[in-house]
Design a protein around this ligand. Sequence first.
Ligand code: ZN
Length: 222
Amino acid sequence: MSAGASKGDTDRRLGRRALLAGGAAAAVGAAALAREELSRLWWRLPGVEKSRVAGAVDFRGARWVAASSANYRRADRPDDYPVDRVVVHVTQGGYASAVKVFQDPGHRAAAHYIVRRDGRVTQLIRELDVAFHAGNRAYNERSVGIEHEGFVEHASSFTDAMYAASARLTAAVCARYGIPVDREHIVGHAEVPGTDHTDPGPHWDWERYLRLVRKARGAGAV
Ligand SMILES: [Zn+2]
């Protein structure tokens, strides 16, 4: 399950952004930065961020369903935060109920993706943005969160189609950010420091999953 908004998360982020933007603007005024330094920082100036296309997805074939903007923080990853982790979750419920809570502004949590039992992939938050899914601010900022439809206590939740689709998705994320395909960088929610969540649980076959991710990565099917 996704959990992750720490209190004041949004405010602190705005503060940091304002500080960076202010710092960059001051530097511009003082002509203290070299031209190349300025070009590197342009996106931090007020009102400047990467262009976005409504409904665009980061994973080819994913269906776009927007999460509530209360459940993530707008960002410009990987420029502002390097992305070096994938966090595997299990929804503890069906697909529809997961979408419903991710669209509920009161939930204060959501993941970037949901993979269904039949292998269909839905994206709810752009990878540019910090989804509140890991229950740990630093992990949220550095990771892509992937939910899997089902229950940790039911081995039957994790179908062949789900493993295959999720592995292709994780392989694509790893390719995009240069993330090594290993258990240090592809982790379960239960392994995130400070969490009390247990997903994906004992029935999630990590060996199989990593094998499939490596295969998809090697096949260049991303
Ligand atoms: Zn979780």
